[in-house]
Design a protein around this ligand. Structure first.
Ligand SMILES: C[S@@+](CC[C@H](N)C(=O)[O-])C[C@H]1O[C@@H](n2cnc3c(N)ncnc32)[C@H](O)[C@@H]1O
Length: 273
């Protein structure tokens, strides 16, 4: 992986977002891009969308869909790969009863921000944030020591091709014990408009996971694309955005055939080998 400097500061303009999308293959998979975002944006916009109004709704929806899928996690040891500034790590420790949570990210500035936002959890030892690259290998976190691994929106930017995805998923699978779970919640697309760096379909993701000894146990979806495209870039008042956002998510929940219009796909696996 290259470490070319990037001017992708992630400002909130539509034009900036468009420029970033045009050069995504060069910037999204590079730590300096995420370092720059950690310095240039505030709140969840450092790791998510430019609009923090939209991010609050996105965060609520992701927590709902992850808990619907994983159920109670009392005492579980969990690793969040590509954790960004740590919103899900904190939620797992504070609200889901997880016993130990490790957040991993390859961006030094993002890891620093995550630690700075979680002082009590870090000093209590319940939470730890580490810097590392999921494609290169993350065995130092502890092979086979976790019950659950979760990955939200990381592998689709971290991996350039199928070989990298195979390596990254195998690296995540190595962290959990046999019988443990891997939850992927990722923008999986082949469309040039919606794909991030990786250009692979859901079936290919599942095949990569199967090769890593993971068996698919559940699928789900979220992020109704038309709403996401309109509301994720500019901060509008929550009373305007929330009803439309929730209506889009209800559509995805109620009509599985609308799955192609979902930005993020959830794939839950159990480690069998
Ligand atoms: C779209 S953000 C998602 C952050 C977080 N999972 C969330 O949903 O709030 C993608 C994150 O993946 C991290 N990332 C990208 N490539 C990575 C790699 N090869 N190894 C570890 N982290 C990586 C980035 O630094 C960034 O924080």
């Amino acid at each position: 992986m290259t470490t070319t400097a990037t001017n992708g500061t992630g400002s909130s303009g539509v034009w900036q977002l468009f420029r970033e999308r045009m050069s995504r293959d060069a910037i999204y998979g590079v730590a300096s891009y995420w370092d720059a975002r950690a310095g240039a944006r505030t709140g969840m916009a450092r790791s998510l969308w430019p609009s923090n109004t939209f991010n609050a709704l996105w965060d609520e929806r992701q927590r709902e869909i992850v808990s619907r899928c994983l159920g109670p996690m009392n005492g579980h040891r969990v690793v969040d790969v590509g954790c960004g500034t740590g919103r899900i790590v904190r939620w797992l420790a504070e609200n889901c009863g997880a016993g130990k949570v490790v957040g991993l990210d390859f961006s030094a500035a993002t890891v620093e921000a995550a630690r700075a936002e979680s002082p009590a959890l870090v000093s209590s030892g319940i939470v730890r944030f580490e810097q590392g690259d999921v494609v290169a290998g993350v065995d130092t976190l502890g092979v086979g020591t976790f019950d659950d691994a979760i990955v939200l929106g990381c592998l689709s930017v971290a991996c350039r091709d199928e070989a990298a995805l195979k390596k990254a998923i195998a690296n995540v699978a190595r962290l959990i014990h046999k019988g443990g779970r891997v939850l992927l919640l990722e923008p999986i697309h082949r469309s040039p408009l919606l794909r991030r760096v990786l250009d692979l379909g859901v079936e290919e993701w599942i095949a990569c996971a199967n090769q890593a000894g993971l068996a698919l146990t559940r699928v789900d979806r979220m992020g109704f694309v038309p709403v996401r495209l309109v509301f994720s870039v500019r901060d509008l008042p929550r009373p305007v955005v929330a009803p439309v956002f929730r209506a889009g998510e209800r559509l995805l929940d109620g009509a599985p055939w609308l799955a192609p219009l979902s930005d993020y796909k959830l794939l839950l696996f159990t480690r069998t080998a």
